[in-house]
Design a protein around this ligand. Structure first.
Ligand SMILES: O=P(O)(O)OC[C@H]1O[C@H](O[C@H]2O[C@H](CO)[C@@H](O)[C@H](O)[C@H]2O)[C@H](O)[C@@H](O)[C@@H]1O
Length: 352
């Protein structure tokens, strides 16, 4: 496996995702519709009872992956399983300060166990180094910046069919192998990061995070009365950079290279690179909480294989088949996965 043999990002032609003034405010509102007891994302609901009723109906369509654990694992029988995880909101709870989005030691321990049993990757909107600094596990594959920065494990990856990562041409022997298909955008992103930092400074609570191949403008701590002002600043600045586009996630606007690359294409890339794209012999699992994870769920839907699990306490439109409520349920699910595989291995050994 060599990282550079897979599909490469295609430049998006024309104005797609060049947003206008009203549109950017809509994006921000869509990222956080006001509702009782919930923080963001979801369908239009009216009051607490309606929230509960909608959630109950939604759970029928996207049942709990814990309740349906046996059915998920029975579809994995005799298959290789691969595990793909989002970071924020999935492995760590959503918090106000992104610098403090720590994962618990318990979560780290179970992810480490998962990675000893299955090829495991984290696919995050964060910069790869940043997400590594939170997770601190060298057995995993990491795809940072929504998949624009992919690296193999620095330790031997899990057995079960995964391949050794091969350093890219010219890399030092002990370098991680990396795939960075939008490397030429870095100077532009550095420039817009500096610009946005300056320009959003007057907006109380707003701040900008550099995720290497994307730049994130946070508005979780911005009072709604300033959203229009903030959205307008972002729109005006980004409109000066025709090679960049704006997308949105949980109370963030994200500035990304205008290339056809997202968590779904990154997932497809990893499946191919790790020789895991045989749909009859592999069951990939993807767990994520955000809109950006929908690209990965959509890939499974398009391919008719794979198991998408959305982490949410509210009803949201999703292409995921199953749901989990929060990172603590993600941890429970991963524990059960480990136990299931270990028991499976015992049965195999006993029958040999
Ligand atoms: O793909 P992910 O791993 O989910 O990363 C997406 C964004 O996550 C972070 O922001 C989100 O989590 C923060 C901490 O809980 C929260 O304050 C923020 O409102 C969320 O959007 C990260 O800071 C972003 O850079 C990532 O793009």
């Amino acid at each position: 496996m060599a990282w550079r043999t897979g599909p490469q990002p295609v430049v998006i032609e024309g104005p797609r995702q060049a947003v206008g003034g009203a549109e950017i405010l809509d994006l921000m509102r869509a990222a956080s519709p006001p509702r009782q007891g919930e923080e963001d994302g979801g369908l239009d609901l009216y009051g607490e009872d309606a929230v509960a009723v909608q959630y109950k109906a939604w759970k029928k369509l996207h049942p709990s992956a814990l309740e349906f654990f046996d059915s998920i694992t029975s579809s994995a029988r005799d298959k290789r399983v691969a595990v793909f995880l989002d970071y924020d909101g999935t492995l760590s709870p959503i918090v106000e300060d992104p610098e403090r989005a720590f994962m618990s030691d318990q979560m780290r321990a179970v992810v480490k166990e998962v990675a000893t049993l299955f090829p495991t990757a984290i696919i995050s909107g964060r910069g790869r180094e940043k997400v590594f600094s939170f997770v601190k596990l060298s057995e995993l594959y990491y795809a940072g910046s929504h998949g624009l920065d992919i690296a193999g494990p620095s330790r031997a990856p899990a057995g079960n069919g995964s391949s050794e990562a091969i350093p890219v041409d010219g890399a030092e022997k002990d370098d991680l192998s990396v795939f960075q298909p939008a490397a030429e955008y870095v100077p532009l992103l550095d420039e817009i990061y500096a610009r946005l930092q300056r320009e959003v400074a007057p907006v109380p609570g707003a701040f900008v995070e550099h995720n290497k191949f994307s730049v994130t403008v946070h508005f979780r701590r911005v009072a709604e009365q300033y959203w229009e002002q903030l959205g307008e600043i972002v729109r005006t600045v980004v409109s000066e950079y025709p090679k960049l586009r704006t997308t949105h996630g949980r109370k963030v606007l994200e500035v990304r290279p205008k290339v056809e690359w997202n968590k779904g294409t990154a997932l497809a890339y990893l499946l191919k690179a790790l020789d895991l794209d045989d749909s009859s012999g592999v069951l990939p699992l993807y767990i994520g909480d955000d809109r950006t994870d929908e690209d990965a769920f959509n890939l499974f839907q398009e391919r008719g294989c794979g198991c998408g699990i959305l982490v949410s306490t509210v009803a949201k439109p999703t292409a995921a088949a199953y749901s989990l409520r929060d990172p603590s349920e993600v941890s429970d699910f991963l524990h059960r996965l480990v136990k299931w595989r270990q028991e499976d291995q015992k049965v195999d050994q006993a029958s040999q």
